[in-house]
Write a protein that binds this ligand. Structure first.
Ligand code: 3PG
Ligand code: CO
Length: 548
């Protein structure tokens, strides 16, 4: 734990180091469909033209996903940025545990299966193969195993995606899945979708941004309240007809009923598995199931006594949930902890929608702080973000500037949510404006970096606004809808992200090494190098070069 001699001369010249994550800012191969290319962004243009910058890998195995076909996401991206190393992530851990059968040997599944044999097994989660929060194959494995173990009744509460997968793809999942359930439902086994709704309208809120969403989910899944349909396929078709133009993630809730009676309310004695593996959007609904009478986020009306399990444990500090089917990645020796041990003060800031990303995900899915860390959350608006594409970029810049001016922090990190949150809406014009807002905020922030004699590392966790239309695989050009309009893309991209090294310290020559493997996990060591510290032995290499 000491200063690295070779780097300490450089470090002596440097004030604070600011790490800026422009969420959802990828580097696309083509300008076609890129809201980033279309944006007026003088600060970023100047950064790319005049300061060292390289490309970082931000998807697939470079961030611990099962394959290079998997896009990156904020969890794995911020884990890699904060931990300085790559761990096999939830998606891979669950898939492996199912492949080896280990998941079924664990005590957690045994307890769930035992409870479900004399009652109902409920599986709640995101129904797609996005592999960001969940994977439909994991759900199918759960249902198949339930039947094999003699559980008679399974009810699925399906959150409709359209955010990690194409924006109106719900029926591509629901239709074959209902057929799969029907085929399995023989010999006294009965598995059906019982309720659901768009993931941005019920259940999957995060970071306490919008508890009424979770309340609506509770009423739907647990109490069975909501518009009734005969099955989920009919529900999607019916809701689309009733709400033309509403994309999957925003569809309202639905309940499956027979003779006016919901087929899958959640009752005392039932077993409930939340089959999402990612934590941010799983924590609130988990709290609603696990907390006792003190729960005060909404009126549950009734809180059934169930055996509850998460696919993973979502928060290791809060032990949430207590029961989980697969152990989460044991992320150790994060940069937050390492810098804290070195006595380096750290400041982390974002708005609600991404606040946990620069704190909880950054520190390896821990909700507690390390000594010397200061956190600041700017409350997000609760609105569709295409209506406010600037989001809280100005306020985050204000907070970062004030923190820099206070002189109290040696490392400061922030996340601008815009490119991602607005990118997910599929609205090209709004996404373009969201990038312009980030550019403006960044320009102000960099002036404060100069005044403090500091250095900034500007990067992103994965792409999103860089591809706002589905691109045709062969031509690379935007795909068209039947009516000739471009097909909107709401999901993340597979593109690399930038790493820009910015400073205006006279006489200091610094560069970045573009290596073949350069990825998000190299940023922690690069930050350490700028401050003249050795990296933790577990971390991937620094990309700093001390001569251009
Ligand atoms: C979400 O949760 O909003 C998306 O599934 C993933 O977006 P994020 O990884 O950028 O948070
Ligand atoms: Co995103």
């Amino acid at each position: 734990l000491q200063k690295n001699q070779a780097l300490s001369q450089v470090a002596a010249a440097i004030g604070p180091v600011v790490v800026v994550v422009m969420d959802g800012y990828g580097l696309s191969k083509t300008d076609a469909g890129s809201a980033i290319a279309a944006a007026n962004k003088p600060t970023l243009d100047r950064l790319f033209a005049e300061h060292p910058n390289i490309r970082l890998r931000a998807h697939g195995t470079a961030v611990g996903m099962p394959s290079d076909e998997d896009m990156g996401n904020s969890e794995v991206g911020h884990n890699a940025l904060g931990a300085g190393q790559v761990y096999a992530q939830g998606a891979a851990l669950v898939a492996n545990s199912i492949a080896t059968g280990e998941i079924w040997q664990g005590q957690a599944w045994q307890e769930i299966a035992t409870a479900a044999k004399s009652a109902t097994l409920h599986c709640i989660g995101l129904l797609s193969d996005g592999n960001v929060h969940s994977h439909i194959d994991h759900l199918k494995a759960l249902v198949t195993q339930a039947k094999a173990e003699g559980i008679a009744t399974v009810r699925i509460h399906a959150l409709i995606d359209g955010r990690d997968v194409p924006e109106t793809s719900a029926l591509d999942y629901v239709v074959p899945f209902e057929a799969f359930l029907a085929e399995l439902s023989t010999d006294g086994f009965d598995a059906r979708i019982a309720s659901g709704g768009g993931r941005q309208s019920i259940t999957m809120d995060r970071y306490d941004a919008n508890w009424p969403m979770v309340e609506r989910g509770w009423k739907t899944h647990v109490l069975g309240q909501g518009p009734q349909f005969a099955n989920a396929t009919a529900a999607i078709e019916g809701l689309r007809q009733q709400h033309p133009g509403v994309i999957d993630q925003d569809l309202p809730e639905f309940v499956i009923a027979e003779n006016g009676q919901p087929i899958g309310t959640i009752e005392d004695g039932d077993a409930v598995v939340l089959f999402n593996f990612r934590g941010d959007r799983a924590i609130e609904i988990t709290r609603a199931f696990e907390e006792g009478a003190g729960f005060d986020k909404f009126d549950r009306v009734r809180a059934p006594r169930v055996s509850y399990a998460g696919m993973l444990q979502y928060d290791g500090d809060l032990k949430l949930p207590a029961r989980f089917l697969v152990a989460p990645p044991a992320i150790r020796n994060t940069s937050g902890e390492w810098f804290s041990r070195l006595g380096v003060t750290q400041f982390a800031c974002s708005e609600t929608q991404k606040f946990g990303h620069v704190t909880y995900f950054w520190n390896g899915n821990r909700s507690s702080k390390f000594e010397g860390e200061t956190y600041l959350e700017v409350p997000s608006d609760v609105v569709p973000f295409e209506q406010r594409p600037w989001m809280k970029s100005a306020e985050i810049a204000d907070a970062m500037i004030a923190a820099l001016q206070s002189g109290r922090h040696k490392i400061l990190r922030c996340n601008f949510a815009n490119g991602d949150m607005v990118g997910h809406t599929g609205n090209f014009h709004a996404a373009m404006m969201s990038i312009e807002a980030v550019d403006l905020a960044l320009g102000r922030l960099l002036k404060a970096v100069d005044a403090a004699g500091g250095v900034a590392l500007i990067t992103a966790d994965h792409g999103n606004a860089d591809e706002m239309y589905e691109l045709d695989k062969k031509t690379g050009q935007p795909s068209l809808n039947k009516d000739g309009s471009f097909k909107a893309k709401t999901a993340h991209t597979l593109n690399p992200v930038p790493l820009i090294l910015y400073h205006r310290i006279a006489g200091l020559q610094l560069g970045l090494k573009q290596t073949e493997t350069a990825g998000l996990s190299n940023v922690a060591a690069t930050t350490a190098a700028l401050l003249g510290y050795d990296k933790h032995a577990d971390w991937d290499e620094s990309l700093l070069s001390t001569a251009d």
